[in-house]
Design a protein around this ligand. Structure first.
Ligand code: AHG
Ligand code: MN
Ligand code: MN
Length: 343
């Protein structure tokens, strides 16, 4: 790294200066997110050393076991963002209801939805985990933000990103024009630019899916995956599945690939699959689009789905456009629906 390598804040500031009406509030918001993730990264790195590993014994709003690190990450995001004065309401995987920003903190013009810690099942085994965030401009006129500020289609995001806590800590974000990545230099405590304008490689032989769920998949998903296994006309594929959406997505962004978590029939309580629309699927769909990729629930563009509730689930097929379109085609053959029915 040389002094010519911009830090995350410098980079965002330079981009924001190019926008005539910019007030600096967005840069300040992103700095608050970056600060939260540095605090989380520090905690993740020492998770094996202190008594932070293991379950709290509680369950979150979706009945899942909550790790202590999930709670630490959630608290860190909520407090740091509230204090930044740039946010009016937040939504978190770990909190059932919208989290308004109340006095003594000042309400800002942004709305942030996040998965404070993604891939929690990997915490205890040292595999990569992450934080996912999604940013909207507020819709309600003033005062603390409301549910209407949160229930928005992904297309309205002003920015989205994630941080991976892996062999290094990597911050990836986009405001819609280009996807940029930054690596934390622990000696400086700063994220430094590593890649500007990332594009998903067009050719891929990687698919990422939990195929232990195959017995419960719809037939079209099985046909789509079988097509990749056979690799007719393209050559054989290989499977890569970490079980941390952020880490699986990041690898596919750099190497090319398609990640899928389809709806399955195993759990009647989860007819739309496991992943959450607002703070998992939509932000990654925004990044995928920025990098030349695509994301769908099988027939609709993820960015077009208008949520009914904060913790809504969705099936997700995300990555290289061609591969995602092959999934949509398989879905269409079975149901008679095509991508044109998306709108
Ligand atoms: P979270 O830890 O935020 O609950 O998310 C876990 C998600 C996602 O990261 C991952 O891709 C998926 O769960 C893995 O699910 P399976 O173990 O069912 O494959
Ligand atoms: Mn998650
Ligand atoms: Mn989580």
């Amino acid at each position: 790294m040389t002094p010519r390598t911009p830090t995350l804040t410098q980079f965002i500031m330079e981009k924001e200066h190019a926008v005539a009406a910019a007030t600096g509030e967005f840069t300040f918001l992103m700095s608050a997110i970056a600060l939260s993730t540095k605090l989380i990264s520090r905690e993740v790195n020492k998770a094996g050393l202190v008594e932070i590993l293991g379950l709290t014994g509680d369950r979150n709003v979706q009945g899942e076991q909550v790790q202590k690190l999930d709670l630490f990450a959630n608290d860190t995001m909520v407090r740091t963002l509230a204090r930044s004065g740039t946010v009016c309401v937040m939504g978190s995987e770990e909190v059932a209801d919208p989290i308004p920003v109340n006095p003594p903190y000042t309400c800002g013009k942004y709305v942030v939805v996040f998965d404070p810690l993604d891939g929690s099942s990997n915490i205890d085994v040292g595999a990569p985990i992450g934080t996912i965030f999604s940013i909207y401009r507020r819709r309600s006129p003033d005062g603390p933000g409301q549910a209407m500020d949160l229930l928005r289609p992904g297309r309205e995001q002003v920015a989205a990103g994630y941080v991976i806590y892996g062999s290094s800590t990597i911050f990836v974000y986009s405001t819609g024009e280009g996807v940029h990545s930054f690596t934390l230099d622990p000696s400086l405590g700063e994220f430094l630019l590593t890649d500007e304008g990332l594009r998903i490689p067009e050719q891929t032989r990687i698919y990422s899916i939990n195929d232990a769920n195959a017995p419960w998949w719809p037939a079209w998903v099985s046909r789509w995956v079988a097509g990749m296994r056979d690799g007719v006309g393209k050559g054989r594929y290989t499977a890569r599945y970490i079980g941390s959406l952020v880490a699986d997505f990041h690898r596919n962004l750099l190497r090319g690939g398609v990640y899928a978590y389809p709806a399955d029939t195993r759990d009647p309580a989860l007819p739309n699959g496991k992943l959450r629309l607002l703070y998992e699927a939509a932000p990654l769909a925004f990044l995928a689009r920025g990098a030349g990729g695509h994301a769908t629930d099988g027939h609709r563009d993820i960015l077009d789905i208008v949520p009914d509730s904060l913790h809504q689930r969705t099936a997700l097929f995300i990555g290289n456009r061609e591969e995602v379109e092959a999934a949509v085609a398989c879905h269409g053959e079975e149901t008679g629906r095509g991508p044109a029915d998306d709108r």
